[in-house]
Design a protein around this ligand. Structure first.
Ligand code: PEP
Ligand code: CO
Length: 457
C-alpha cells in the first residue's frame, strides 16, 4: 500500500503524483536537464532518517494530541550552509534548556523537534526584490540561491540541492552525537547554563531551577538511579523537521519502507506545509498525503473551518493520532477571534490533531530602522491567546513552534534583557525572519510554563 488515503484507490498516489498538480513556490532552474540530473543523484543517496524513527515520533505526537505531552518545535527560520558546529550545539542547548523548564513546571514530557538539519528552503511573498532600482530574483534559501544581492548570487543553482543534503547529513550527525553521546545528560543542566546565558535574568532563573533538578538527581542517585542505570537520564530523543517546499528534493529522498511497504520522506522525521502552499488541490498537499511521516500544516488568520477540515481529510483520512499537527500562526490579536471556530470544527469532526502555536509569523513588523522584527510581548500574547482559545473550546494546547537561535543576536525586541529598536543593528544576522536569541528563548520557556500551569504569565 502506498497511500494513506483510504477514500481513494491506492494506486492514485505515488512519489511523483504531485507533478500532476500546481506546485507553487518552486524556483526557476536555469537548466531543467541539470536539475533533473541532480535529482537522480539524490535518489541514489542514503536516507537521512529511518521510517522507524518517523513512526516513533508519530507515537510521541499522539501523546501530545491526548494532552499527555507538550511539543517544542524550534530552530532557525532559514538555516545557512555556513552554520558552524558551535552554533548548531548552541541551538540544541537552548532547546534542551527550554525543554527542562517546560518539563519541570508542567510535569509532562516535552517532545523536542528542531527546525534544523534541512530547513533550507524559503517561500517568498514576492518573486523578485528591488534595491536602488535593480530588480533581482528573491532569496529562496540556501538550497536555491545566495542571500547577497547580485545577479550571480540570486540565480537558482541546482548543485545547492546536493550541498543541502550533505549539510543536513552533517548537522544530523552532530545532533545525534550530542543527544546520544552524553552532552544531553540531565546531570549537565548547570553546565549548559554556564556555557551560555547564565548572566541574563532568564539565565539566573534557570540556575535556581537547575539547583533543584540537581538535588532531585542526587536524591535519585542515592536511591541507585543514575544515568548509568537509566539511559533516559543520559540520552534525549531529538527529531528534525523542515518545510517540505521543494518537491523535487523531497521526492528524491522518499523511500519505501522495507518493513511495512509504506512510503516515507526520509529527508526529516517531520515535514510541514507552509501557509503559502496549503491549497487543497495543490502539489504540496498531494505529495505529503502519501508519505507516512508525521506532518504539520501552517494555518494563517484567513484559514476557514472548511479549508481546515478538508486538509484534515486529505492529510489524515484514517485519523491516526499524531499524524497531523496544525500550526496556527494568526498574530497576537487575531488568534482570539479566529482560532476558536477552527478548534470547535476540528473537535466536532473528531480529528485527533495536535494543535501548536507559531507566535512568530503573524507578529512580524518593520521597525523604524527598516529591519523586520517581532516583539517578545506580542509573541507571548499570541501564546496566551492560543491557550485561552483552547480553554474556551475544551481542547488541548499541544505546543509551540518557534524561530530561535542560541547565538546572542538582536533581531526580536524586548525580553528579560530588553532588546531595543536602537540595538537591532548590533547583531542582526538572520537571512530571513527575526529569531529569538538564547536568553529571550529561555525567558519565553518560563513564561509559557507559567501560562500552562496557572493560566497567566
Ligand atoms: C516559516 O515557518 O518560516 C514560514 C515561512 O512560515 P509560514 O508558512 O507560516 O509563513
Ligand atoms: Co520564518
Amino acid at each position: 500500500m502506498n497511500t494513506t488515503d483510504s477514500s481513494r484507490p491506492a494506486t492514485d498516489w505515488d512519489p511523483q503524483s504531485w507533478r500532476n498538480h500546481v506546485a507553487l513556490q518552486q524556483p526557476e532552474w536555469p537548466d531543467e536537464a541539470v536539475h533533473s540530473d541532480i535529482l537522480k543523484q539524490l535518489f541514489s543517496l542514503p536516507p537521512l532518517v529511518f521510517a522507524g524513527e518517523a513512526r516513533e515520533l508519530t507515537d510521541r505526537l499522539a501523546e501530545v494530541a491526548a494532552g499527555q505531552a507538550f511539543l517544542l518545535q524550534a530552530g532557525d527560520c532559514a538555516e545557512s550552509f555556513d552554520t558552524a558546529a558551535d552554533s548548531i550545539r548552541d541551538r540544541l542547548r537552548v532547546i534542551l534548556q527550554m525543554a527542562v523548564v517546560l518539563t519541570y513546571y508542567t510535569g509532562v514530557p516535552v517532545v523536542k523537534v528542531g527546525r534544523i538539519a534541512g530547513q533550507f528552503a524559503k517561500p517568498r511573498s514576492n518573486d523578485t526584490e528591488t534595491v536602488d532600482g535593480v530588480e533581482l530574483p528573491s532569496f529562496r534559501g540556501h538550497i536555491v540561491n545566495d542571500v547577497s544581492f547580485s545577479s550571480k548570487a540570486r540565480t537558482a543553482d541546482p548543485t545547492r540541492l546536493l550541498t543541502a543534503y550533505n549539510r543536513a547529513a552533517a548537522t544530523l550527525n552532530l545532533l545525534r552525537a550530542f543527544t546520544k553521546g552524553g552532552y544531553a545528560d540531565l546531570s549537565r543542566v548547570h553546565q549548559w547554563n554556564r556555557e551560555f546565558v547564565a548572566d541574563s535574568p532568564a539565565g539566573q532563573r534557570y540556575e535556581a531551577l537547575a539547583n533543584e533538578i540537581d538535588r532531585a538527581v542526587q536524591f535519585m542517585s542515592a536511591c541507585g538511579i543514575t544515568s548509568e542505570t537509566l539511559t533516559d537520564l543520559r540520552q534525549v530523543d531529538f527529531y528534525t523537521s523542515h518545510e517540505a517546499l521543494l518537491l523535487g528534493y523531497e521526492e528524491a529522498l522518499t523511500r519505501q519502507d522495507s518493513l511495512t511497504g509504506d512510503w516515507y520522506d526520509c529527508s526529516a522525521h517531520m515535514l510541514w506545509i507552509g501557509e503559502r502552499t496549503r491549497q487543497i488541490d495543490g502539489a504540496h498537499v498531494e505529495f505529503l498525503s502519501g508519505v507516512r511521516n508525521p506532518l504539520g500544516c501552517k494555518l494563517g488568520p484567513a484559514a476557514t473551518s472548511e479549508e481546515v477540515l478538508a486538509l484534515c481529510e486529505a492529510l489524515n483520512p484514517e485519523r491516526v493520532p499524531g499524524r497531523l499537527t496544525l500550526i496556527a500562526r494568526m498574530g497576537a490579536t487575531k488568534v482570539v477571534d479566529q482560532l476558536p471556530a477552527l478548534l470547535a470544527a476540528v473537535h466536532e469532526a473528531e480529528h485527533p490533531v495536535v494543535w501548536v502555536c507559531d507566535p512568530m509569523h503573524g507578529n512580524t513588523f518593520t521597525a523604524d530602522d527598516g529591519r523586520k522584527t517581532r516583539h517578545f510581548e506580542d509573541v507571548l500574547a499570541e501564546v496566551s491567546g492560543f491557550f485561552a482559545a483552547h480553554r474556551f473550546a475544551g481542547t488541548h494546547p499541544g505546543g509551540v513552534h518557534l524561530e530561535l537561535t542560541g547565538d546572542n543576536v538582536t533581531e526580536c525586541l524586548g525580553g528579560g534583557s530588553e532588546v531595543l529598536t536602537e540595538d537591532l543593528g548590533s547583531r542582526y544576522e538572520t537571512m530571513c525572519d527575526p529569531r529569538l536569541n538564547g536568553s529571550q528563548s529561555l525567558d519565553l520557556a518560563f513564561r509559557v510554563a507559567e501560562l500552562l500551569r496557572t493560566g497567566s504569565a
